[in-house]
Design a protein around this ligand. Structure first.
Ligand SMILES: *Cc1c(COP(=O)(O)O)cnc(C)c1O
Length: 224
């Protein structure tokens, strides 16, 4: 069930803060996406390659599809023809493959580097040093990577009730974002997005400097 009232109120709230909304529609039917589309929403986030590809084929072409899940290099080719932004770039290999496919399709693909800020162990996301290493590689080979646009960073906080901890993690990511912007992207018009905040923590994320939130369950209801 789509919560239209919540959508209308959060779009006002986000507009006042200059924050954009990615409506996370994973596992939800295309008809739910259509409902929000008709209210004006254009940015939708999906976690699974096949699901996103199938939905994109059914839905209006002006939807901006954000891939927010973990992306394997061998699946990049399926989404590059239409994806708007890939939030989870966490290796140089993946960035190279996105570029290679983007060249093939003669388009540019927006990417966010995923930074691991949460306490939980996961193999996804780069730590602070790894982001810097990736950017050193990237900077050295920028000419050969002309079809990827690095637009910012994405991060997820710990799955925790401790909101002070969540806040500290977001604050850390904001600091990393500013350092990277100054060091690698001075004067770059694209590097501007800090994607952090989900249903449970988006207000804290905004207070800590997020300018793009990814919200699923508050809009579409709990996922099965
Ligand atoms: C599922 C998901 C979201 C949305 O989560 P909600 O808690 O339902 O708002 C946001 N970001 C990522 C990366 C996700 O996988």
């Amino acid at each position: 069930m789509v919560n239209k009232e919540f959508y209308l109120s959060i779009t006002e709230e986000l507009k006042a803060n200059d924050v954009s909304l990615v409506a996370v529609s994973k596992i939800k039917p295309a008809s739910d996406i259509k409902t929000l589309y008709e209210l004006g929403q254009r940015d939708f986030g999906e976690n699974y390659v096949q699901e996103m590809t199938e939905k994109a084929a059914l839905l209006p072409a002006d939807i901006r599809w954000h891939f927010i899940g973990h992306l394997q290099s061998n699946k990049v080719k399926y989404i590059v023809p239409f994806v708007y932004m890939i939030h989870g770039v966490d290796s140089f290999k993946l960035l190279g493959e996105i570029n290679r496919q983007a060249v093939k399709h003669n388009r540019s693909v927006r990417c966010l580097l995923q930074v691991h800020i949460a306490e939980e162990e996961t193999k996804f996301g780069l730590d602070e040093k790894e982001v810097i290493d990736l950017l050193e590689f990237y900077t050295a080979q920028k000419e050969q990577l002309g079809n990827v646009l690095i637009c910012g960073l994405m991060g997820m906080s710990s799955f925790s009730e401790d909101m002070d901890k969540v806040r500290a993690e977001f604050r850390k990511l904001k600091t990393i974002f500013e350092v990277i912007r100054k060091t690698y992207f001075l004067g770059d018009e694209y590097f501007s997005i800090l994607s952090m905040g989900m249903s449970g923590d988006y207000r804290i994320a905004i207070e800590e400097g997020s300018n793009m939130v990814r919200i699923g369950s508050l809009l579409f209801g709990k996922r099965a």
